[in-house]
Design a protein around this ligand. Structure first.
Ligand code: ARG
Ligand code: ZN
Length: 873
């Protein structure tokens, strides 16, 4: 069933308070919900009351204390309907029984390694009790949890702890009260035998907040980084946005069975343990950075998501795009701003641009969905964040902050729409946002084609920009967007020239609003190098006539660090695309000394920003090349050509690479800070090039690093570098790693990822064998994503095997997970998001696999939705 944005109606009833009484039992947990309900003045006067459920089992129901008999009610596992409820306020009490142990979908109340936990976003609360399970119904919750003292010494829910008590006979209870009205998707309950790390934070107004991070016993020492990240996030939101925390306690719980990264339940964030646990012995630099960013993301939701929530799920980007933007800014302030920007743009291009160019493309605010869980996508999150960033670039930082302040002041406690959010910025800036709103409605990555001309006589430099957004499913034609173009014109001395338009200073941000925009810059004596879309000022694909020579000049001189990086990337991407064409036509590949020279600057001992240099050194990914080629893609040719380019660069830079690897060798104790992580990243970039093509000397160096590594980052990066070439060292290191670490599930995951993403012909056989090996568990989403997800979405050559076995394998696993955990199954299918751009034989094989899935009986709505859209149904 498809839900449409234009069919939105306010709820006919509201729920002011919810009193939950949860009696925990592994297979028969009894949930009694007392709901204070009243007709919504904005609803229909004589409407029936329909509460939704999902697989529920009703035990009893009463209104204002009077039992309802079966014929007063229309009940099924999926709804509870009262044809003629009271027309004034009343209290409805409902008792249901749920089986947390049988809940393999991990939505609603389930068990994770023995602990009880919940996941309610988007529609999981209805698997606990019948409810108006929609984000515009806000209620104050009081939750009483009762359970075994021995098995669940810790009993947690949202808000502040109100009461605890001993009931004798190994039973005890806790009552939690959350004074802030919230939608049901933010409800949470956790109960178990957990260890805790505690700290405190004093807010800017002096409120003392108890901080608690709950983890499995024995893992407390891995929770300190998460705790430090909470404090940093709280301080930053006060300083950057004036947002203060609003309860007596803030809790994070790490669980090992979790469908996604983490969840922002009010006062009780539940996390995938992968994004909480870290120690030098068990976590990489990337893990440390992810934990910091995800802790921040969930914490920032307290204002952007919880205090102000979404009216309906079409508005998901209202909280997600904005909160991603906020966590990106946090990381930029905590670490290196240019490096963060480059990483975010790499990520955006590799996952969101890919989605936007394929059959699963959808708008930042979709207008229809069949399964909302399938819309927690890079488009809603990452493109959603880019839209906020453009808004800020377009109206300026001060107006942006004023608009945010107005939004918080005006809409606190409400469930809002994108229009209400945007109205705040229109008001403070005085601008008309009608056209800007197209960013929310039109799917597809706009292509901006730039033509530059210099007129020496008139001393003018003209930029002509033409924008075009390609057709996407359901949207055959598009209208022009407001595209902020931040630019600089770099003169021969490497400095920016003054920007003069119509006799007056102009820019540096120009809004492209028409299909074609011409900007004529005056007083430009000689042709400058145009530095376009500085800091990636819009999420667009740029096709420009700026020459490779000009780009290489910018790579050396542009004062915008993002574009110094981009210039090298563009030259490399142009070359890779040309090389693939030559390779497939069996023509010789031309050498490119200048590119090697640009990349070589990264390894210059004078370069002190190693994290940034590591970004310069990394070539565009195979997926970037595939997207640039666009159609008739041969992943093997891309891989071959990219490997050849790496070997060519290595041959040209052998001396500096070896020197850099030596210079950057680890000496002191491990520290995960950004500068140290940057040095390690640059070292791996050097080693990766040195071992290109499996060159013996490079492989030896990497193997030496593997053996001498004293922290997990070195270990994993060396193992990864070894794993991409079929050498004896590879096998030795993989076996060693398994012996040392495979009892720790999060380290086993790293071992899975490394093997599943190896571009080697025996990878699929290995993945299949590993599924039967100890430690793999189809019910644990982290294991599934590490082994199978990494193969599907992180291994372009082997997923796209010419014989089609990769497609059939992923489709087979999806079929198996379809009933066990439909959400994880649907995610795995994301591997098919670019299948239409493949060369005809692979495309036919991918289609066969998708059609076989489509024909399966009892397909879950989650999987059916992706399969149908992937096939263009
Ligand atoms: N709101 C969570 C976050 O981004 C993610 C929830 C994902 N939910 C889902 N049904 N996939 O922080
Ligand atoms: Zn979020």
């Amino acid at each position: 069933r498809t839900i449409r944005l234009d069919e939105y109606r306010p709820s006919d009833f509201l729920i002011d308070t919810v009193e939950l009484d949860v009696r925990l039992d592994p297979t028969a947990t009894r949930v009694t919900a007392r709901l204070a309900i009243r007709p919504n003045p904005e609803g229909r006067a004589d409407a029936a009351l329909t509460l939704v459920g999902d697989g529920l089992n009703l035990v009893a129901a009463s209104i204002d204390g009077a039992d309802l008999r079966p014929d007063d009610l229309d009940v099924s596992p999926d709804q509870l309907k009262l044809a003629n409820p009271p027309r004034g306020p009343f209290e409805l009490t409902i008792t249901t029984i749920v089986d947390p142990s049988a809940n393999t979908r991990l939505m609603g109340l389930y068990r994770s390694n023995g602990a009880y936990c919940t996941q309610c976003e988007a529609e999981g609360f209805r698997r606990i009790t019948y409810f108006l399970d929609r984000p515009d119904v806000l209620a104050v919750y009081t939750t009483r949890i009762e359970g075994s003292k021995a098995e669940n010494p810790v009993l947690l829910s949202n808000g502040n702890l109100a009461e605890t008590g001993d009931l004798g006979d190994d039973r005890h209870f806790a009552v939690w009260h959350d004074p802030h009205p919230k939608p049901s998707y933010l409800f949470a309950l956790v109960a178990g035998d957990l260890g805790v790390v505690e700290d405190e934070f004093v807010t800017m107004s002096g409120r003392e907040v108890a901080l608690k991070v709950f983890v499995e016993h024995g893992k407390e020492d891995r929770a300190t980084h998460a705790m430090e990240s909470i404090k940093a996030s709280m301080r930053w939101d006060e300083q950057a946005f004036g947002r203060e925390y609003d309860l007596d306690v803030f809790m994070v719980v790490a669980v090992s069975y979790f469908n996604m990264g983490a969840m922002e339940n009010k006062g009780l964030n539940v996390f995938n343990d992968k994004y909480v646990l870290a120690s030098p012995e068990t976590a990489t630099d990337g893990d440390y950075a992810n934990i910091e960013a995800i802790i921040a993301h969930e914490y920032f939701h307290n204002w952007t998501g919880n205090r102000i929530t979404c009216r309906d799920w079409f508005q998901l980007c209202l909280k997600e795009g904005l909160t991603v933007f906020r966590d990106q800014e946090f990381t930029s302030d905590m670490r290196s701003r240019p490096v963060k920007r480059i990483q975010d743009v790499r990520n955006l291009r590799s996952i969101q641009f890919a989605e936007d160019a394929g059959p699963l493309a959808h708008a930042v605010r979709p207008n229809a969905y069949a399964e909302i869980n399938n819309f927690y996508t890079p488009t809603i999150y990452e493109k959603g964040a880019e839209v906020i960033r453009m808004l800020k670039t377009w109206i300026g930082g001060d107006a942006f902050r004023a608009g945010m302040d107005l939004y918080f002041e005006r809409h606190d406690g409400q469930a809002c729409t994108i229009e209400q959010f945007i109205a705040c910025f229109a008001e403070v800036s005085g601008r008309d946002f009608a056209q800007f709103l197209r960013w929310y409605a039109q799917a597809g990555t706009p292509v901006v084609t730039i033509r530059t001309t210099h007129d020496a006589e008139a001393k003018t430099f003209t930029i002509e920009a033409t924008q075009k957004t390609p057709a996407t499913p359901g949207q055959p034609s598009k209208q022009p967007m407001v595209i902020p173009l931040a630019l600089g014109l770099v003169g021969q001395d490497g400095d920016d020239l003054p920007l003069v338009v119509d006799g007056a200073p102009a820019g540096p941000v120009f809004a492209l609003t028409d299909e074609t925009t011409r900007i004529v810059f005056e007083d430009i004596a000689t042709r400058p190098a145009a530095s376009l879309f500085r800091n990636f000022s819009a999420p667009v694909k740029v096709v420009s006539d700026v020459t490779d020579e000009e780009l290489l000049f910018l790579a050396a001189h542009d004062r915008d660090p993002f574009n110094r990086w981009q210039a090298t990337q563009t030259v490399a991407l142009r070359k890779l695309v040309a090389d693939v064409a030559a390779f497939r036509a069996v023509r010789p590949i031309s050498p490119e000394p200048k590119l090697a020279e640009a990349i070589g600057r990264a390894f210059d001992p004078a370069e002190t920003d190693c994290a940034y240099a590591a970004q310069i050194a990394a070539l565009p990914a195979e997926g970037d090349v595939a997207r640039e080629i666009g159609e008739n893609v041969d992943p093997d040719a891309i891989h071959a050509v990219r490997s050849l380019l790496k070997a060519d660069i290595r041959d040209r830079l052998a001396g500096p690479l070896a020197a850099a690897a030596d210079r950057l060798a680890e000496t002191g104790p491990y520290s995960p800070d950004a500068a140290s992580a940057g040095r390690r990243a640059l070292k791996y970039a050097a080693l990766d090039l040195l071992s290109a093509g499996g060159a013996a000397e490079g492989v030896e160096r990497v193997f030496a690093l593997y053996k001498s590594a004293r922290n997990m980052t070195d270990k994993v990066m060396a193992l990864h570098a070894l794993s991409i070439h079929a050498t004896p060292e590879r096998e030795e290191a993989l076996t060693d790693f398994a012996t040392l670490y495979s009892r720790d599930p999060l380290l086993l995951d790293k071992w899975f990822v490394i093997q599943a993403s190896a571009p080697l012909p025996d990878t699929l056989d290995r993945v299949e064998a590993l599924m039967a090996a100890p430690g793999f568990d189809m019910r644990n989403p982290n294991r599934v994503r590490s082994l199978i997800g990494a193969f599907g979405s992180g291994n372009p050559t082997q997923f796209n095997r010419a014989d089609g076995r990769g497609y059939a394998f992923i489709a087979g696993v999806v079929a198996e997970l379809n009933t066990l955990n439909p959400q994880v199954a649907a995610r795995l299918l994301g591997a098919f998001r670019t299948w239409r751009s493949l060369e005809p034989e692979r495309r036919a094989r991918a289609e066969t696999a998708l059609r076989a899935l489509a024909a399966m009986p009892d397909l879950s709505p989650d999987v059916a939705d992706i399969v149908n859209r992937a096939l263009g149904g």
